[in-house]
Write a protein that binds this ligand. Structure first.
Ligand SMILES: NC(=O)c1ccc[n+]([C@@H]2O[C@H](COP(=O)([O-])OP(=O)(O)OC[C@H]3O[C@@H](n4cnc5c(N)ncnc54)[C@H](OP(=O)(O)O)[C@@H]3O)[C@@H](O)[C@H]2O)c1
Length: 209
């Protein structure tokens, strides 16, 4: 699949490498333009391309946005219409500034900026270092490190689940974009390395099931 990644920092770089190694065509962007990304693309190898935001979004059949939350307005909305957009972002007011989410979950707020995209929240509860190192396709799904996902589009979540499994993790579904509050910073499932089995148990406790 062609995957455009907006943001080439800790998470963007890790995902570019993992997805390119898994055989996907990957293009990345940052805030400073493709000329500043050529060395990184070369270092990752596997034909990873350096793009502007607009070109990365246009290139991707699926797009991953992994830029600081406070820069949400820079994400190209038109080029992702109809596409799955994976949102990895977390809102930290001390880093991102005060943003009025209007009572929405963080990913629902992002989705409002990308009204025709099929937004799925994923990869926001794992550190970049663990993303790079903990994937293991040799393990049974229940024993793999969990990646929590959320979204309103069932088919989009199934496609993201398959991608997560391809790079050695297991997806655990927290529900809709509104439900995704449960995987935002500060919750019990934000951060710890849980297997899929443990993750489902912790999630059920949080959801009172
Ligand atoms: N680090 C983690 O372990 C971790 C884990 C889970 C989720 N997250 C979340 O994922 C998001 C990315 O985190 P990160 O740690 O990867 O960030 P990071 O290392 O600070 O990298 C941010 C990347 O986004 C790019 N960027 C900034 N503004 C942009 C814009 N307007 N348009 C395009 N690209 C832009 C930066 O490019 P320039 O260098 O050119 O500015 C850089 O490549 C954040 O919301 C973070 O909270 C992080």
């Amino acid at each position: 699949m062609k995957i455009g990644i907006l943001g080439a920092g800790h998470i963007g770089k890790a995902l570019a490498r993992l997805l390119a190694e898994a055989g996907h065509e990957v293009g990345v962007s940052n805030s400073r333009g493709p000329d500043t990304l050529r060395d990184l693309a070369h270092e990752i190898g596997h034909g990873v391309k350096a793009f502007s935001n607009e070109d990365a979004a246009r290139f991707g059949e699926l797009v991953i946005e992994t830029i600081p939350f406070g820069r949400y307005m820079d994400m190209p909305a038109v080029q992702v219409e109809g596409k799955i957009v994976i949102d990895t972002a977390n809102y930290y007011p001390e880093r991102d500034g005060q943003i009025d989410l209007g009572g929405l979950s963080e990913s629902a707020f992002i989705a409002r900026h990308l009204p025709k995209a099929r937004v799925v929240k994923a990869f926001n509860t794992i550190s970049a270092q663990h993303l790079e190192t903990l994937g293991d396709v040799g393990k049974p799904l229940d024993e793999r490190r969990a990646i929590f996902i959320a979204g309103d589009d069932t088919e989009a979540k199934a496609i993201v689940t398959a991608l997560i499994e391809e790079i050695g993790f297991a997806a655990v579904d927290t529900g809709s974009l509104d439900d995704s509050r449960v995987q935002q910073p500060g919750t019990a499932i934000y951060g710890p390395d849980l297997t899929a089995t443990q993750a489902r148990e912790e999630l059920h406790k949080l959801q009172g099931k």
